[in-house]
Design a protein around this ligand. Structure first.
Ligand code: FAD
Length: 406
């Protein structure tokens, strides 16, 4: 019998869990497996300042190099866990080693959704999930190069913004009729389409990618609508899939993510899960959610650590997220699904600073704030409180942000 806690996956949730396990008083052994050659690092800069070359590896690392040794954690980088044997409480790694565990934390994150069209494997077709992907994309950064970005979501648009600033000719192809259609109101989509156009990025909506052309290297993207887009490099950003296979093969319950309760417990009481790979029952929204955000990974990392340390600290959070494009900081709090009214504060047609408040039958459920930190901060509180707001007060900029709720 061992009391060792093993963490599988070395990303944002794992790094937080290590810190929180010690903070919660767990003094036993901890072992951490990650299949990348790096210690846990932040992914958001990979499509922002790190991609732009403005910051280096030292600024994306989540913890200093000696943190894990000092915290008494045995680390195994470049090591994939391939099997969990729950009956014997052992796990197997890709290099054939076996380890016994007392308790497990699954923090396996997610992976990119791949595009399955002819030419998908040509040189120059890239995705963006990890540090090595950034290096491959950066190798194409020279003024005048032509880039096609497939997908007008956050990651695609962030890549487009960075590349345009580097003098690259960028075209974004989006299948929906507007960018970021899944998550924001048309007001916000059209604002971003305008700004990108002003920065020299071409966005084409209603375009489905049918294939990539080229002998060994990609030379053009062809669309189902008959378009042909010559290019030197393609970056595909069409969403992610949670890494649930290891859990499913071990017989754990999976429901659009490894299903956990509000304490991050899976269907096995000795196994917790946290971060992108999970789905959880969210008390505020009254539904099961799978979130893809740093905030969720950190907060679930804390909750799971508390549970593994024998305490109970339920996870019940209003989600929040951000995206940086050019000089624009978009901060989103809440989830706007099912809103009945979008109320704008500020002017999205000419300026670069406004907020959209999403109401559902009068109750605030989400806010998109563009260069509006005060509105974002206030909205975080008001969404958690399920505040009922007067649309006229939201839109009236003569009313101070802190007075919006009356
Ligand atoms: P991850 O960070 O994905 O870590 C999981 C790790 O586990 C990975 O290294 C994976 O390779 C490893 N692993 C998986 N299976 C195994 C196995 N069997 N054995 C060993 N290791 C394994 N979020 C925001 O809130 N704001 C942003 O602006 C933002 N921007 C982003 C930009 C980019 C380019 C990307 C890729 C993500 C961005 N995100 C952003 C999302 C955010 O980074 C993720 O939600 C967060 O990293 C999730 O953390 P995690 O620990 O759950 O998973």
């Amino acid at each position: 019998m061992t009391d060792e806690i093993i963490i599988i996956g070395a990303g944002q949730a794992a790094a937080q869990a290590v810190q929180s396990l010690r903070a919660e008083g767990f003094a036993g052994p901890i072992r951490l497996f990650g299949d990348e050659p790096y210690a846990p690092y932040q992914r958001p800069p990979l499509s922002k300042k790190f991609l732009a070359g403005e910051i280096g590896y030292d600024r994306v690392e989540l913890k200093a190099e000696d943190f894990y040794a000092q915290s008494g954690v045995a680390t195994h980088w470049s090591t994939r866990v391939t099997e969990i044997d729950r009956r014997n409480k052992r796990l197997l790694t890709g290099d054939g080693q076996e380890f016994a565990y007392g308790k497990l934390l699954l923090a396996t994150g997610s992976r990119v959704r791949e595009i399955n069209v002819p030419g998908f494997d040509l040189e120059g077709v890239h995705y963006l999930r990890n540090i090595d992907d950034v290096k491959s994309i950066q190798a194409h950064f020279r003024p005048g190069a032509k880039m096609v970005v497939v997908g007008g979501g956050y990651i695609g648009l962030e890549v487009a913004a960075v590349a345009a600033k580097r003098g690259i000719e960028v075209t974004v192809l989006e299948a929906a009729d507007r960018v970021m259609a899944r998550v924001v109101d048309p007001i916000v989509s059209h604002f971003y389409e305008r700004v990108h156009a002003e920065e020299g990025v071409k966005i084409e909506t209603g375009v489905t990618v049918a294939g990539f052309e080229g002998d060994t290297k990609v030379e053009a993207v062809v669309s189902g609508e008959g378009g042909r887009y010559p290019c030197d490099v393609v970056v595909v950003g069409i969403g992610i899939l949670p890494n649930t296979e290891l859990a499913a093969e071990a017989g754990l319950h999976v429901e659009n993510g490894i299903a956990v309760d509000e304490f991050c417990r899976t269907s096995d009481p000795d196994i917790c899960a946290a971060g992108d790979c999970t789905s959880h029952p969210n008390g505020i929204y009254g539904t099961r959610l799978r979130l893809e955000s740093v905030h969720n990974a950190i907060e679930q990392g804390k909750t799971a650590a508390a549970t593994l340390a024998g305490k109970e600290k339920p996870y019940n959070q209003v989600p929040w997220f951000w995206s940086d494009q050019y000089d624009l900081k978009l901060q989103i709090t809440g989830l706007s699904n099912g809103y009945t009214q979008a109320v704008v504060r500020g002017d999205p047609t000419t300026g670069r600073s406004f907020a959209v408040f999403y109401l559902k039958e009068g109750v605030l459920i989400a806010v998109d704030a563009i260069n509006r930190a005060p509105e974002f901060m206030m909205a975080k509180m008001l969404t958690a409180r399920k505040a009922v707001l007067d649309p006229a007060r939201i839109a009236d900029e003569s009313i101070a942000v802190k007075e919006i709720a009356g």
